[in-house]
Ligand binder design. Structure first.
Ligand code: ADP
Ligand code: MG
Length: 304
């Protein structure tokens, strides 16, 4: 179990994180979401022991995580951390990078393990390619495989799919998170992308202005976003009195209603259109299955 007990930290006098307090059970997946600059990476670095806390304590089970002032070599065997900027050995192959920390004592087992890891990050066909020849996204996948190679108890991932293209991203997310769950590895992901979190996290925390402003399951946060900031992670939304936060898919076009809007623009989104409209001088976004023409008047109803 990871216990983060009321920690605070600043690189200088200004606090980047204040009174951060949460726990995660072994095997659970937590995501930390927040805008750029909200302190996600800093929080992961603190969990890893890269900096000394100003206040509070962090424990992994009975072990207290210590910063550099108390711990000569940063990091612990039970914990792996994949930073936003990952560092690999460019002149050796993908397989060698992934196997670097695995024992050479049983070469066949090592080989099998490397093959398994290559499969998790979907790089089997690149096993013998030198890392310097890989794209940014492929390098990121090598970094992920290296981090899980020695089966940590807890893994910290900072924007783990940020360099990976959309073709690969979806299946890679499923593959990696499924692997971590199966092995009961506790996982913390810092991200601004809801798709990294919503399907895979047991719990999410939202950072804003140095503090945790919300902490709940993805379902609860999505269904009852307490602030527009929280809703903005999940998709297009409106603030409509007296309904409050209304996602674009919660507005339906109907035959007749007292809510009338005038279409301003339709954006093609593949399996739907996002319609921008004007309702009593308020800009409105809603989803519709077909294009609507500019100037067209529509009746709407809201279903929350
Ligand atoms: P996020 O990962 O959410 O984008 P960061 O943790 O990287 O946020 O940054 C949080 C704040 O701390 C930002 O204001 C950033 O400028 C500042 N910061 C990050 N790293 C350093 C550093 N090494 N020295 C000083 N300030 C930093
Ligand atoms: Mg960051």
């Amino acid at each position: 179990m990871l216990q983060v007990k009321n920690i605070s930290f600043g690189y200088n006098k200004k606090k980047v994180l204040k009174n951060i307090d949460f726990t995660i059970n072994t095997g659970e997946h937590l995501s930390i979401i927040g805008e750029s600059g909200s302190g996600k990476s800093t929080l992961l670095k603190l969990l890893y022991g890269e900096y000394d806390l100003n206040e509070g304590e962090i424990f992994w089970n009975k072990t207290k995580i210590l910063g550099p002032a108390f711990n000569l070599i940063v990091g612990y065997d039970f914990m792996k951390y994949v930073a936003q900027e990952f560092d690999l050995m460019p002149f050796t192959t993908v397989a060698e990078n992934i196997g670097e920390f695995l024992s050479n004592f049983y070469p066949e087992e090592k080989q099998k393990r490397v093959e398994e890891l290559l499969e998790v990050v979907q790089l089997s066909t690149f096993a013998n390619t030198k890392v310097k020849l890989l794209s940014g996204g492929q390098k990121q996948r090598v970094a992920l495989a290296r981090a899980i190679a020695k089966q940590p108890e807890i893994i910290l991932l900072d924007e783990p799919f940020s360099h990976i293209d959309n073709f690969k991203k979806q299946s890679l997310r499923r593959s990696l998170f499924k692997y971590l769950k199966n092995k009961n590895i506790t996982c913390i992901v810092a991200t601004h992308d809801k798709d990294d979190a919503i399907s895979f996290s047991d719990k999410m925390i939202v950072l804003h202005n140095s503090e945790i402003i919300a902490s709940d399951t993805p379902q609860q946060l999505y269904n009852n976003p307490k602030t527009p900031l929280i809703a903005s992670f999940f998709g297009e939304f409106n603030v409509i009195e007296p309904y409050g936060i209304v996602y674009s898919h919660q507005i339906k076009v109907v035959e007749n209603s007292s809510l009338k809007a005038t279409v301003k623009q339709s954006y093609y989104k593949g399996n739907y259109y996002l319609i921008e409209a004007n309702m009593n001088e308020q800009n409105l976004l809603f989803k519709y299955y077909k294009e609507l023409k500019k100037g067209q008047e529509v009746a709407l109803s809201i279903h929350k």
